[in-house]
Write a protein that binds this ligand. Structure first.
Ligand SMILES: [Zn+2]
Length: 344
């Protein structure tokens, strides 16, 4: 693999342009495109989804995905990556035709402005962290660890899971191979993987790659209402609100609880995990929704203070009842097994 700049190949041969050069019609759907899948010789459907990061996934017979190189390799039946890349680069440089919306318009994700007044309103309803804990259908004994039973609930069966001790130390293994060691992990990708390794956006093979992450089962929403930026000195846009809440005796966990209970009116709330710090991360079931149905809700969450990074379905999230780098537990404060995915 040495000597191939995969990122450069992907920039030179954009996936959407390559698909069009094959005569496939790309139909915009939200921030994605759909087209029929030539890999399984699909005639009428549109099993392939092209995501804004220029990766594809066939939700039909193939049940696989990847980048433009993976697609070309499968299409041409080539086993060798170098040969595939050479053939890709030798072809005419595909460009999107003018009848299609400009790619730039869809890849430049527009996040809405923060809606401070709406956040104040929702928090003022008074549904606090105490309320959220009491509303949880499962009441865990706080003296015991519950990682394994929680994972059994949210990922039934034996799916491939990508978990990590840190952002640099991670593995992708079957759930049963993880059994017994999950509570030590800090992170988990909130969606199953469909392959052990995939190409990262930097063009490296990795056990933590979006190209090897299956379609979204859970959308995790995190709120980070810090008063200061990472330098510990510069105030964030949230500082005035955090001060307001502080003087009213409202904690950041209370604020997160109110916002998750608000979002639960839009999406089924399966779980809330404490970061081991101040914030609470909500896991929402979205398997039955398309990306374009989910995205407006993510935008809404962003306007209420959510971090947009978790829209990346491969983004590491806090392991339920896992262990933070500083040794703190990340307890599960809310769990509703009835809303989790069934028999993944
Ligand atoms: Zn297919």
């Amino acid at each position: 693999m040495i000597g191939i700049d995969f990122g450069a190949v992907r920039r030179q041969v954009p996936l959407s342009g390559f698909l069009q050069s094959l005569g496939l019609e790309l139909r915009p759907q939200g921030d994605t495109y759909r087209c029929r899948c030539p890999l399984h010789d699909e005639q009428h459907g549109a099993s392939i989804i092209v995501y804004p990061d220029d990766h594809w996934y066939c939700h039909g017979k193939c049940a696989r995905g990847g980048d433009v190189i993976d697609f070309a390799r499968a299409l041409w039946g080539l086993s060798d990556i170098r040969t595939t890349v050479e053939k890709l680069l030798a072809g005419p440089v595909p460009t999107l035709t003018s009848s299609q919306p400009a790619r730039a318009q869809t890849t430049q994700r527009k996040w809405p402005a923060r809606n401070f007044d709406r956040i104040r309103e929702i928090v003022a309803c008074g549904l606090d962290s105490n309320y959220l804990q009491k509303a949880s259908p499962v009441q865990f004994d706080p003296g015991k660890n519950h990682t394994e039973e929680t994972i059994d609930i949210i990922f039934p069966g034996d799916p491939l899971l990508c978990c990590g001790l840190s952002e640099f130390k991670f593995r992708t293994r079957y759930r049963e191979d993880w059994r017994g060691s999950l509570s030590k992990q800090q992170f988990i990708v909130p969606n199953p993987m469909f392959e052990n390794v995939g190409l990262t956006q930097a063009g490296k093979w990795s056990e933590h790659a979006q190209s090897a992450t299956a379609r979204r089962v859970y959308l995790v929403i995190e709120f980070d209402f810090s008063e200061f930026k990472r330098d510990g000195v510069t105030l964030t846009e949230w500082a005035p609100l955090v001060h307001e809440w502080h003087s009213a005796g409202i904690s950041v966990a209370d604020v997160c609880s109110a916002l998750h209970l608000h979002l639960a009116e839009w999406l089924p709330l399966v779980m809330v995990v404490s970061s081991g710090g101040k914030s609470l991360h909500g896991w929402y079931y979205v398997f039955n929704r398309s990306e374009s149905q989910g995205f407006p809700i993510m935008r809404h969450a962003y306007s209420l203070g959510a971090d947009h990074v978790t829209w990346n379905r491969a983004q590491f999230c806090r392991m339920p009842d896992g262990t933070r780098a500083n040794g703190k537990r990340q307890p599960v404060v809310y769990l509703d097994p009835g809303k989790a995915v069934k028999n993944a």
